[in-house]
Design a protein around this ligand. Structure first.
Ligand SMILES: Cc1ncc(COP(=O)(O)O)c(C=O)c1O
Length: 405
């Protein structure tokens, strides 16, 4: 059966004249649902991971000023990024993780973490190589691995243990074809946070088999209830094996700016530069100026956003607790996603998400988009406002009462 929600909704794509690499993949079901939702008026958006807050004023002001005063703003930037931004990023990584980063050779400014991930995979995966990703895990990894000619292999997470990694499965997944492991913590879509013990087990496997570790860090600021971040970004043993992809999208509510950065060792960055240049030449210069303002400016906005999202999580969970007849879930400890199981987990989640969209006018993402363990689940993003959460969950409950009495 197709992985595409658009195809399931009857929208077919052309196939003649289209290369296998494009035919094999789908638009990430997160965006597929958003595309379908755009056709229906009044849909409450629980699908796409967007923090529904404005970009902080100091970032917008800096961009306005640059539009008026920086005559270079409309030009390409140096391909690896503006030197002044890279210097600030190196200082930021030093402060946050206590690591030394050579801003000239070990950083690449990208069009979001997404481009960093793409560059990383294009640089390291040969056709037929296997790449381990968690299941559930971010849906775009599957498409990016496949675009590079690789084969995704899923490391299952255990819903009964707060979505911890089933590490006993890891040795069985590693074969002579294994090339890379992708880790994302806090994890989209589960909202779980991997422990240092789990991450260290991944690091050990990476080093033992000389694999590439790709860490994807867009939510490294977004932890709830005082939970502390465990990370592999600061593990010096991994210096040669690791590519870390960071983002401004969520932390500074800058999803539309499309800016992020990669930290990796010099030789890897040099290779990634080639792919980066071939794809986009340089990250948008206005967005780099805004990114610099984001990290050099007041940081209270980050904590404010974190608190806002924690409140939104609590509100969503209070609704879900009322709907125990239909949903069970692990309370998210990070990100802004809640990954809920519908009834006994045997439902066709793609059909369920489409039915909910058409029947309740709320958009949620089918869980199977995130790997085999996501079957029968839905991802609900609580980036939207509390009134929207109240309205959307009310609609969902009313719809469920009729559809699944
Ligand atoms: C896990 C994960 N990685 C990467 C991205 C893409 O981030 P960016 O906007 O920086 O490209 C997202 C966006 O939702 C994400 O959830």
């Amino acid at each position: 059966m197709t992985r595409s929600a658009l195809e399931r909704a009857g929208i077919k794509s052309r196939t003649d004249g289209i290369a296998d690499r494009a035919r094999r993949i789908v638009v990430s079901p997160i965006k597929e649902i958003a595309i379908l939702a755009a056709e229906i008026p009044d849909v409450i958006p629980f699908a796409w991971g967007i923090p529904f807050v404005d970009t902080p004023p100091h970032i917008r002001e800096a961009l306005k000023k640059a539009l008026d005063e920086d005559h270079l703003l409309g030009r390409y930037s140096p391909s690896a990024g503006l030197p002044v931004l890279k210097q600030a990023l190196a200082a930021r990584l030093a402060k946050k993780f206590g690591i030394e980063v050579n801003w000239k050779t070990e950083l690449l400014v990208t069009a979001g973490a997404m481009e960093g991930l793409m560059d990383a995979m294009q640089c390291t995966i040969n056709p037929g190589d296997e790449v381990i990703i968690t299941s559930p895990g971010f849906s775009s990894y599957t498409e990016q691995v496949m675009l590079a000619g690789g084969v995704p292999k899923y490391l299952p997470l255990d819903e009964n243990k707060d979505w911890a990694m089933r590490l006993e499965e890891l040795p069985k997944l590693i074969t002579p074809k294994t090339r890379a492991i992708i880790i994302n913590s806090p994890c989209n879509p589960t909202g779980s946070i991997f422990s240092q013990q789990e991450l260290d087990a991944i690091a050990d496997a990476v080093l033992k088999h000389n694999l590439i570790l790709i860490t994807d860090e867009p939510y490294d600021f977004l932890l709830f209830d005082g939970t502390k971040l465990s990370t592999l970004v600061a593990d010096d043993r991994l210096r040669k094996n690791r590519i870390s992809c960071f983002s401004f999208s969520k932390e500074y509510a800058m999803t539309g700016y499309r800016v992020g950065y990669v930290f990796a060792e010099e030789g890897m960055i040099r290779q990634m530069m080639k792919v980066h240049d071939a794809f986009i030449v340089s990250a948008p210069r206005p967005s780099q100026v805004a990114a610099l303002a984001a990290i050099n400016g007041p940081q209270a906005c980050v904590e404010e956003l974190r608190k806002t999202l924690q409140d939104r999580r609590d509100r969503l969970c209070s609704h879900l607790d009322r709907m125990k007849k239909w949903f069970s879930y692990v309370k998210p400890r990070g990100t802004y996603y809640c990954f809920v199981k519908f009834q006994d987990g045997s439902a066709d989640d793609v059909q369920l998400a489409l039915d909910i969209l058409n029947g309740a006018h709320i958009s949620v993402v089918p869980g199977s988009a995130f790997g085999p363990e996501g079957k029968g689940h839905l991802r609900i993003c609580f980036g939207c406002t509390i009134p929207e959460i109240d309205e959307g969950m009310g609609r969902l409950e009313n719809w469920l009462k009729k559809a699944y009495p």
